[in-house]
Design a protein around this ligand. Structure first.
Ligand code: NAD
Ligand code: ZN
Ligand code: ZN
Length: 344
């Protein structure tokens, strides 16, 4: 089968031919119908050898949907032909976090060598994907695979961050979204769908600011030092009750720190490697700072329900598997509008 692999540290993604895997006991094989490209893949491919811990060769792709096409021994609950979405942050399945569906915070996954597909385990950018357990599958129903696949990360991750800030975002509140890319443009829609907040989007690209407005941001501003004054002015000096930073670089974290309201929350989603000054007088009284990771299994079901209800959608650029390296380059260059999705 064809797959998109990261073969050597410092090399880019390449399309290769590899054997089609068979599912072992308890595993499920999918025929992949769509796989999404995430900026985190570039984080992984940008790591120096001494920090790289994802194994080589790595089949990329941690956003995947497909159709069940083979069952390992003992698998029950799904049947060949079922369309499913893959819940990616695999945990041990047995601890307290996993028991409540928060496998994204499983404290045992690392020590047990359990890794998400595309981030250690073979990923979804291939004609077939092995899923380790039936609990990682969420029924897709009649949702379109290409339009839906990125909700497994670019939808789930902002949803998880927003849900944990829900009490801060009643009618009359303000939410700031920094970075209207793959995650950010879905985050804006989720904020509009499930909170009462006025949404202010910031980005460095004119096209992304236009996208932010298209998907429902009330205001879209260039992401620079003046943004802080603009946010303060728009909120009568109060600031934003929640700031979602989908970049996470030091300049954006500084904007977040300076624009969050008293008792507000900063959610650092982007893994831009930035550092934020904290300390008693560095942030407003009561403000909290959080670094959420991906999302819960039940939240993925809720995100798919929002899509079914027509409340959120993903702006998609569609590519064939041979074009995956080109699509990755566009993502790297900040040129993708919404999310790049590969149909193997
Ligand atoms: P993307 O490339 O699609 O979007 C990034 C957006 O940020 C682009 O619109 C870009 O123009 C904008 N941007 C860049 N610099 C900016 C700045 N200084 N100010 C404002 N906007 C700026 O990326 P993505 O796939 O949406 O991922 C976003 C971030 O979230 C990445 O760092 C990614 O690794 C991370 N991520 C984290 C998690 C998690 O679980 N915490 C999950 C998925 C992705
Ligand atoms: Zn991702
Ligand atoms: Zn666990």
């Amino acid at each position: 089968m064809r797959a998109v692999q990261y073969l050597s540290v410092g090399g880019g993604p390449e399309v290769v031919e590899i054997p089609t895997p068979d599912p072992g006991p308890g595993q499920i094989r999918l025929e992949v119908t769509a796989a999404g490209l995430c900026h985190s893949d570039w984080f992984v491919m940008g790591l120096p050898a001494e920090q790289y811990a994802y194994g080589l060769p790595l089949t990329l792709g941690h956003e995947g949907v497909g159709v069940v096409d083979a069952l390992g021994a003992g698998v029950t609950g799904v049947a060949e032909g079922d369309p499913v979405a893959v819940y990616g942050p695999w945990g041990c399945g047995l601890c307290h976090a996993c028991a409540r569906g928060a496998e994204n915070y499983c404290p045992r996954a690392g020590s047990l060598g359990i890794a998400p597909p595309g981030l250690g385990a073979p990923g979804a950018l291939a004609e077939h994907l092995i899923v380790d357990d039936v609990r990682h599958l969420v029924p897709l129903g009649d949702l379109d695979p290409v339009a839906t696949v990125s909700l497994t990360d670019a939808g789930l991750t902002p949803y998880h961050a927003i849900v944990s800030s829900l009490s801060a975002l009643p009618a009359g509140s303000t939410a700031v979204v920094i970075g209207a890319g793959g995650l950010g443009h879905v985050g804006i829609q989720i904020l509009r769908a499930i909170t009462g907040a006025t949404v202010i989007a910031l980005d460095i690209s004119e096209e992304k600011l236009a996208l932010a407005k298209d998907v429902g941001a009330h205001h879209a501003l260039p992401s620079n030092a003046e943004a802080v004054d603009a946010i303060r002015e728009m909120t009568g000096g109060v600031g934003a009750q929640a700031v979602f930073d989908f970049v996470g670089a030091t300049p954006t974290l500084e904007i977040a720190r300076q624009s969050v309201a008293l008792d507000g929350v900063v959610q650092i989603v982007g893994i831009g490697g930035g550092v934020m000054t904290t300390g008693f007088f560095a942030t407003p009284f009561g403000a909290s700072v959080r670094a959420p990771y991906w999302g819960m299994r039940s939240e993925l079901m809720e995100v798919l329900d929002l899509a079914r209800a027509g409340a959120i959608h993903v702006e998609v650029e569609r590519y064939g598997i041979e074009q995956a390296p080109e699509a990755y380059q566009r993502l790297h260059d900040g040129a993708v509008r919404g999310r790049a999705v590969v149909v193997p």
